[in-house]
Write a protein that binds this ligand. Structure first.
Ligand code: UDP
Length: 441
């Protein structure tokens, strides 16, 4: 693109945290802004850029939208993060999270340099930053422009996060804790509450996050007012800032539903013809997002439960070679479609054959399931997923708990038995189906 001189042209600098669940919604958001005539720069690192380049290029080349990638080298060596691990899902284990967070701070100076030399896009007018990148506040301040913060979850969960920041307390994992500020009230086991960056030894980092968010001009949320009106209002009141509910992002652009995150591991013809050959509402879709690492024992319990149900199953497996080959072998001869690697999730969930979603309750997956009208077996593991589960089961009443009680690391610390899985699955697929689908099909 040639040199520009637009003094009143809006240019948003989008700074996603390097994890699929954070980048995917920001790419959707960026394309949405660009369609409104706003220049958009999506700031990320080479590995992450390679995953989203197709979607960004299609928007800019095919549709002429003013959107581009700004690539910064990921400082793996400086932060002692294994080479090539530029996204949460590529980390060998949760032990590397601390170094990973620290590495992101080293991106500030290179970004300042790129921006000061930039002649292609007009000067930035707003920073939309992930909450996990507090240093973007310095960028916004340096440019004299506002910063909006993006957390990647819904208003209900944001109230809980904010409330815990203000009223956190110590105690046993099993103890019930009342969360103030949530309309209708909420009590949760302490062991289900969020594991914050301070628990990783990032106390100062978290303090900077809290300060940067408090100094931001508003919050952008992947949600919509009609879904949780009382919680939108309560969250705005709690933080005293404007909340922009601009979701659900996954519905923005049907054309790119198969181009979200990694390249799909399965051909479109293959999964579409498989799904087309099944009755509406008959298929169970099993996927635990991009980060979770369930163990082999757990995979075996899931496998037996699914086999016992006699239902057709799409199972997305990406927990390592041992599990991948076990599931593939176990599924032979069954009416299953095993996807090893990356699934085109939104496209699958939106197919009429899918009647139930076994999910870890990452907010993107949860909202994608809600948008597709698919009831869920809720299987939270980490982060704010236990709170999202409450939204699905108690607020919207479109899911059944599998029954996990406390945080399970990235999934390796828990094994749910085949019986419990089977019971929750039957309740979702049969017994409560009409009610869970909001009164009918
Ligand atoms: N996703 C996908 N294919 C996969 C796994 C995940 O398209 O095989 C997408 C999913 O649709 C969602 C995102 O990756 O948009 C995962 O985000 P979520 O918040 O659900 O979970 P996380 O991966 O952050 O735990």
């Amino acid at each position: 693109m040639g040199s520009l001189n637009h003094s009143d042209q809006q240019h948003f600098l989008l700074c996603p945290f390097m994890a699929q669940g954070h980048i995917i919604p920001m790419v959707d958001m960026g394309r949405h802004f660009a369609r409104r005539g706003i220049y958009v720069s999506l700031v990320t690192t080479p590995l992450n850029a390679s995953r989203v380049r197709l979607a960004i290029d299609r928007a800019s080349r095919c549709y002429g939208l003013p959107i581009r990638l700004v690539e910064l080298r990921f400082p793996s060596a400086e932060a002692r993060v294994p080479e090539g691990c530029e996204s949460f899902d590529t980390l060998p284990s949760a032990d590397h999270m601390k170094g990973f967070f620290e590495a992101t701070e080293l991106l500030k100076q290179p970004l300042e340099q790129v921006l000061s030399a930039d002649r292609d896009f007009p000067p930035p007018t707003c920073v939309v930053s992930d909450t996990f990148l507090p240093w973007t506040m310095d960028i916004a301040r340096g440019l004299g422009i506002p910063r909006l913060v993006f957390h990647g979850t819904c208003n209900y969960s944001l109230i809980v996060i904010e409330s815990l920041r203000r009223h956190s307390s110590e105690g046993p994992e099993e103890e019930m804790v009342a969360i103030p500020d949530v309309p209708c009230g909420l009590e949760m086991k302490r062991g289900q509450l969020l594991v914050s960056p301070s628990s990783l030894g990032l106390t100062e980092y978290e303090a900077r996050m809290v300060k940067a968010d408090a100094d931001s001009e508003g919050v952008v949320v992947n949600s919509f007012d009609e879904m949780e009106p009382q919680f939108v209002e309560a969250y705005e009141r709690l933080i005293g800032k404007k909340v922009y509910n601009v979701g659900p992002f996954s519905l923005y652009d049907e054309e790119v539903q198969t181009e979200r995150g990694n390249k799909s591991s399965i051909d479109q013809d293959k999964y579409l013809s498989w799904l087309d050959s099944h009755e509406p509402g008959s298929v169970v879709y099993v996927s635990f997002g991009s980060i979770a690492r369930l163990g082999l024992k757990q995979a075996m319990e899931i496998g037996e439960a699914m086999k016992g149900s006699g239902r057709p199953v799409v199972w997305v497996v990406k927990q390592g070679k041992e599990i991948e080959s076990w599931v593939s072998r176990f599924g032979e001869g069954l009416d299953w479609l095993v996807i090893v690697g990356w699934a085109p999730q939104v496209a699958i969930l939106s197919h009429k054959a899918v009647g139930g979603f076994v999910t870890h309750c990452g907010w993107n997956s949860t909202l994608e399931g809600l948008c597709a009208g698919v009831p869920m077996v809720t299987w939270p593991l980490f982060a704010e997923q236990f709170v999202n589960e409450r939204v699905v089961v108690e607020v919207l009443k479109v899911g059944v708990r599998v029954g996990i009680e406390v945080h399970a690391g990235w999934g390796e610390k828990v094994v749910v038995g085949r019986e419990e899985i089977g019971v929750a699955l039957e309740r979702v697929m049969e017994g409560e189906r009409k009610g869970l689908r909001g009164g009918g099909e």
